[in-house]
Design a protein around this ligand. Structure first.
Ligand code: KG4
Ligand code: ZN
Length: 361
């Protein structure tokens, strides 16, 4: 039978991504343009700059995905585009581009609006056919979130970040420590640098900083820990009369190991609460025995070790998509489109009545 072909478009933050996935789940073409280096130099994402880069690159990215697939826009049956949540001006580039494609109507096409977080949460099923329900933890430079995935469009949000994202905190602390000046950290992100410096360090050098210990929910908070880190660095520097980043590597290793441990200790506590919730009889109908961790921060080995130790107690498997699928990309958006069309969910003949929803649940 004929297999429909889905074009996925992602522009919610700082990556312009496109991918072509067929209804049977095969990847036909993909391309991505990352703006990360440009934004790192500017010290953060400036939305108009990001929007202009999306505008400049979207044609090329889609063309590249099409040419890998040996297809033209004419061959596309369904366009799936991220319309929420994200930066308004960035999301608009992808949606406007989609509206233009649909209006040109080389051949009848249908539209599926995509939720960025749901796309992250479903990505694992593109490479591993695990069944619903499962638990998903997303930890990156932009988000922290814990959710039960009960179906292609059925999510029970258990917890979300109430302040800084974990990757953001890793990046800020790494910058304060000037880790990028260290030879072993050249070209690494803040989180990767902390992981590298932490190896061999003592993670129990400082007493555990308590985070939200009195709140009985699954939300995440990292800003208190960030302040603790900044304060501790300052105290250490004053005490030693030397910058923590200069020399004193053993001390620096202990600091990074402890900081990293505290971030993941908090995350594990929240996940543990989620696992307990999932185990409660009758709440979900079926038992949850898979935990999917994704997002840039999920590539941390300490995180993976702590998470698998935790999950062992609950007979739960830990799964992680390959690094390229953990970060923002077009494949996850096209795949979410495939999941929805396979499940016969609603598709639209027209995208013109849709608007982006930068802040949405
Ligand atoms: O998902 P991602 O690539 O992009 C966005 O969030 O947009 O995540 C990037 C974040 C950065 O903050 C980076 O410092 C963090 O993930 N990260 C890590 C590691 N690798 C990347 N954090 C901790 N440990 C790592 N190994
Ligand atoms: Zn994302």
């Amino acid at each position: 039978f004929y297999r429909r072909i889905v074009l996925g478009i992602e522009t919610s933050c700082d990556d312009t991504g496109a991918a072509i996935v067929s209804e049977d789940g095969s990847l036909l073409g993909e391309a991505i343009n990352s703006q990360t280096n440009i934004h790192v130099q500017a010290g953060g994402i400036v939305p108009p700059v990001a929007r202009n880069l999306h505008r400049d690159n979207i044609d090329g990215v889609v063309d590249e995905a099409l040419s890998q697939a040996n297809l033209s826009l004419n061959d596309i049956d369904v366009v799936a585009t991220t319309i929420k949540p994200g930066l308004a001006s960035c999301l608009s580039v992808g949606l406007q581009y989609t509206k233009n494609i649909l209006q040109r109507q080389h051949r009848r096409k249908q539209f599926i609006p995509i939720h960025h977080m749901e796309a992250h949460a479903l990505t694992i099923r593109f490479i591993n056919s695990i069944s619903f329900p499962y638990l998903v933890l997303l930890i990156s430079g932009g988000h922290s979130l814990l959710s039960v995935v009960r179906g292609v469009d059925d999510f029970v949000l258990l917890g979300r970040g109430i302040d800084d994202a974990p990757g953001e905190v890793f990046d800020k602390v790494a910058r304060r420590l000037r880790l990028k000046d260290l030879p072993q950290c050249t070209n690494l992100s803040g989180g990767q640098s902390i992981e590298v410096v932490a190896s061999g360090g003592n993670p129990f050098r400082y007493p555990l900083f308590p985070i939200m210990t009195r709140l009985a929910d699954c939300n995440f908070s990292f800003s208190g820990l960030k302040s603790w880190a900044m304060r501790t660095i300052e105290e250490e520097e004053l005490e030693q009369g030397v910058l923590l980043c200069e020399g004193h590597i053993s001390n620096l290793a202990d600091f990074c190991a402890t900081f990293q441990y505290m971030v993941f200790h908090h995350i594990c506590r929240r996940v543990q609460r989620g696992l307990l919730f999932c185990g409660m009889k009758g709440l979900l109908g079926e038992s949850v025995n898979n935990l999917v961790i994704s997002g840039g921060v999920a590539s941390n080995q300490c995180a993976r070790l702590m998470m698998s130790q935790l999950c062992q107690h609950y007979d739960c498997h830990v799964l992680t998509p390959p690094p390229k699928l953990c970060t923002d990309n077009g494949i996850m958006v096209a795949w979410n489109g495939v999941e929805l069309l396979r499940a016969n969910r609603r598709m639209y003949d027209d995208a013109s009545c849709f608007q982006v929803q930068p802040k949405c649940p």
